[in-house]
Design a protein around this ligand. Structure first.
Ligand SMILES: *[C@@H]1O[C@H](CO)[C@@H](O)[C@H](O)[C@H]1NC(C)=O
Ligand SMILES: *[C@@H]1O[C@H](CO)[C@@H](O)[C@H](O)[C@H]1NC(C)=O
Ligand SMILES: *[C@H]1O[C@H](CO)[C@@H](O)[C@H](O)[C@H]1NC(C)=O
Length: 231
């Protein structure tokens, strides 16, 4: 019992501190609804984001929230019930109606935006959705606040429990440019293209509330049967 207490105290202290580590094969786990648990990603420098997530929640939730001091929804990825994906930029929303089943599976998401042409690409599990043109010429200002687990109604704060993320999230990379087809291919197939703004392989972050870093669980392919010795 004492051992457990010491470990949990150390652990909670560690969560509030700034970390810098290689997160390869790790996930951020958000075990339950809250308006206080989040992970603030600390960028070295700001257009594209890729990540993977696993969640059973069917209400709205925030996957990625980047706010600047003047604009709270500077770059936001939201998932909404009935399979809508919302990309917000400069406080304007771009809606994607996916109409797929939200099965309990890992999902990969890449959203890429080219400021000069305004072309937006959304890739989900390797599938490109029809491209849209959005917020042409918009510039994401310096010093963004990037938060995972919560949607920022204000720069770095004002979270809504009804948009909190519950589940596992991993492989978050952010680039200050639009991604090419080859870039997306490398991210999704080889997982070997790292972000120059946020890099999962060298992640600086500060965790608050109830969340933890765990090893990614690999799927075990098996035939369900009552006799464990047969395949
Ligand atoms: C969250 O949703 C619940 C149930 O729909 C509602 O009662 C509550 O007011 C919502 N909270 C916020 C902060 O929006
Ligand atoms: C990723 O790996 C593939 C296959 O080894 C290679 O062709 C590609 O150039 C690599 N991409 C990067 C960005 O390293
Ligand atoms: C983000 O991109 C804009 C437009 O390209 C650029 O002006 C700005 O300096 C970038 N911000 C950072 C923090 O690199």
């Amino acid at each position: 019992m004492l051992k457990f207490l010491i470990i949990s105290v150390l652990f909670s202290e560690m969560l509030g501190d700034q970390m810098h580590r290689d997160m390869n094969g790790q996930v951020f786990l958000f075990p339950e609804e809250s308006d206080y648990s989040y992970v603030k990603l600390l960028p070295e420098k700001n257009g594209s984001v890729c990540l993977r997530y696993y969640s059973l929640v069917t209400r709205d939730f925030s996957l990625f929230s980047l706010a600047t001091s003047s604009i709270n929804d500077a770059f936001v990825l939201l998932y909404s019930p009935d399979d809508y994906f919302i990309i917000s930029m400069g406080n304007e929303d771009l809606n994607y109606n996916l109409k797929e089943r939200n099965d309990a599976e890992w999902r990969s998401v890449c959203a890429s935006w080219d400021s000069s042409s305004g072309v937006v690409e959304l890739w989900i599990n390797g599938k490109p959705y029809p491209r849209k043109v959005f917020q042409k010429g918009y510039v994401i200002s310096k010093y963004p606040s990037i938060i995972i687990g919560q949607e920022q109604e204000l720069y770095g704060s004002y979270f809504n429990i009804n948009q909190s993320f519950v589940g596992e999230i991993s492989d978050i990379h952010v680039w200050d440019k639009a991604l090419t087809y080859q870039n997306i291919f490398d991210v999704l197939t080889y997982n070997n293209l790292t972000g120059n703004v946020i890099n999962w392989r060298s992640l600086k972050y500060k965790a608050e509330g109830d969340n933890s870093v765990l090893h990614c669980l690999k799927r075990i392919y098996h035939s369900p049967t009552c006799n464990r010795n047969t395949v």
